[in-house]
Ligand binder design. Structure first.
Ligand code: HEC
Length: 217
């Protein structure tokens, strides 16, 4: 190995050193880890004041989104599970459970002639909102502890939404559907020419692309 070779080796070593130093400075900037504002592993039972992060669990589509696509037909068929105890026609008789005509938007324990549990009567000031009804049908025991409806609940959110639409249809004063939260990806999509075009933009977007090769020939 002659001097020239040693020079090359030394040069490479120097270059490597500089390279590593550069990377270190760079990554420090990129992967700078700020001091934790909260405990990384919150310990159950040791609740921190004002910590609401735990409640923000994302669980599938929002109720409003499910309601927007649910059908009363599907709800009607699901309602068979309720019909053993509840009539839903206007002025229908109470059975094991109270008549459910116009229940959405009505107050809890809305039928004066029905013998409700104390748990249900305690909520008599609160209306049956979309959310309240969804929670009730999902798990009656959890929604209103000590109520007397012997029904396990419906776990599928889509099914509950369909049932809610059906309940709402059987009413003199149906509730308006809740607004569907606007998604960023929807908002970011290029605006369709013409506000009326709902499904059309897809076809419009395809057409020029298909037409282009033909025009080029
Ligand atoms: C085994 C009988 C039974 C079945 C099945 C049943 N319910 Fe009930 N339901 C009751 C009883 C009893 C009550 C009264 C509960 C109370 O007072 O605690 C009730 C109460 C209710 C209420 C409250 C009414 C009001 O006036 O506030 C709603 C809403 C309701 N049921 C909806 C349903 C739906 C929807 C289904 C089907 C998914 C269903 N129930 C299935 C027996 C039943």
């Amino acid at each position: 190995v002659d001097g020239f070779e040693w020079n090359k080796i030394a040069g490479w070593l120097l270059a490597c050193g500089l390279f590593i130093m550069g990377i270190m400075t760079l990554t420090d900037g990129i992967f700078h880890v700020p001091a934790l504002e909260a405990k990384a592993y919150p310990i159950e039972g040791v609740e921190e004041a004002g910590a609401e992060g735990a409640a923000a669990v994302i669980e599938g589509p929002a109720l409003a989104e499910l309601l927007a696509v649910a059908t009363a037909e599907k709800g009607a068929s699901l309602y068979k599970r309720c019909a053993t105890c509840h009539t839903i026609n206007q002025g229908g008789a109470n059975g094991t459970g109270p008549n459910l005509y116009g229940i959405l938007g009505a107050k809890h324990a809305h039928i004066a002639s029905f013998n409700y549990s104390d748990a249900m009567k305690a909520k008599a000031a609160e209306p049956w909102t979309w959310e309240a009804m969804d929670a009730w049908i999902k798990n009656p025991k959890a929604a209103i502890p000590k109520n007397k409806m012997s029904f396990a609940g419906i776990s599928k959110a889509e099914d509950r939404a369909a049932l809610l639409i059906y309940l709402n249809q059987n009413s003199a004063n149906p509730l308006p559907l809740p607004a569907v939260p606007v998604k960023t990806e929807v908002a970011a999509a290029p605006a369709a020419e013409g506000a009326a075009a709902e499904a059309a933009p897809v076809a419009d977007a395809l057409a020029p692309a298909e037409a282009a090769p033909a025009a080029a020939q």
